[in-house]
Design a protein. Sequence first.
Length: 396
Amino acid sequence: MVGRGDQFTETTSQSWFSRIGGAFAGVVFGLVMILVCVVALAWNENRAIRTQHALKEGAGQVVAVPTVPLDPAREAALVHVSGPVTVGGRITDDLFGVTAPAVRLMRRVEMYQWKEDSKSETRTKLGGGEETVTTYIYTREWSGQANKSSEFKEPVGHENPPFDIESQTWNAPDAHLGAFALNDDILNQLDDTAPLRLGDQEEAIRAAIGDGRPATVSATLIYLGAAPATPAIGDVRVSYAVVDPGEISVVGRQSGDDLIPYRTRNGETVLLVSEGSVPADEMFAGAQDGNRILTWIIRGAGVAFLCVGFGLILAPLGALADVLPFLGAVVRMGTGLVGTFLGLTLGLVMIALAWLAVRPLMSLAIVAGGGIVAVFLTGWMRKRARKAAPAAATTA
C-alpha cells in the first residue's frame, strides 16, 4: 500500500486459476440470487393484487363522520375523519431541555467524522490474471450515521469517536382529532415538518448540557465543540424539527375513541393519513398510486437482480476466455447479453403469470412490452460487442 496525504493506493493481483475458482463459486451465489428474486417477484405481485383489492373494498365501504361527538353506531366501521389536531401539552427532549407544543418533535444529530471512499481500476493481463489498483480517499464530513473507522482500510490517523448521541423522534402523547385520540400509527405518517427555533430556550439548553462540554446555541442549532467555524473530528451539531398542530384527514376503523387499521376481507389492513382536508376518494386514489409505484420499484429491482444472477452463472465463461484478454472481453459482452435476456424473460414471465387470472390483458401487455425491451437491448448490446472486439484486441 502506498500512502499520499489522506489517500492510499493498494495494488492486488489474482491469478487466472484463482479467478476461475471464484467465478465457479459465484455460480452458487447466482443460483441463490435467482431463487430469491423469483420468490420476491411472486410475493410482490401477490402483495400488489391484495393491496389493490383491499383499497377498492375500503373505498366502497368508507363513511364520513364528524370529529365530535363520537357516534357509537359507527363502531367497527371504516370511517373518514377530517379536522384540526389538538395537543394538550408540550413535548420535551430531556437530554437538551428542548420543548415544543407540537404534534411531533424530531431531534437530528450529526457528527463531524472521517469518511472513506474508494475507487478501483482492474486490468486483465495476458494469461488470464487480473491486477486491481484501489485508491482509498479519506475526507471529513458531517454525517447523521456513524462511520466505523475500525473498518477503514487505513484506520490509523482516521479514528472516529463513538457516536453517542442519537437522533430521535417523539410523538405527542395526548394528540386528538376532535373526540378521536391519535395513536403512533397515525402520527408517524405526519411528516410536514418545520425547523424549531431555539433562541428563547438557550438558558434551558445550557442548563441541560452543563459546563463539562463547550457548546454554542444559535437560532436553530446546538453546536457541541470549541469552534463552530472550524469543526474538529468528534464535534456534534443538533437541530430540531416539529410537526405543528394542523388539519389532517384519517381513514381507519373506529374503535371506541381510537382510529385503528381496518382489516378487509382478504386480510389486508387499511389506515390512511393525509395532511390537510382531503376527501376519502382522493386518499384512496393516492394509496392506489402509491401501491403501483412501489410495485414497479420492486419489479425493476427484481428483474435487475435476476440479470445479475444469470450473469454470475455465466461468469466462468468469461474468466476462462480471459487467457486472451480481447477474447475475454468479447465473451463477457456475449454472456452479459444472454444474462440480460434471461433475466428479463424470467422476470416478465413471473409478473405476467401473477396477473393472468386477474387481468389477462395486462399479462399480455407486460409480455409484449418485455419483448420490445428485450429486442432493443439485444440490438444495443450487439453493437457494443462489435465495437468492443477490435478495441480489446488493440489493447491486448
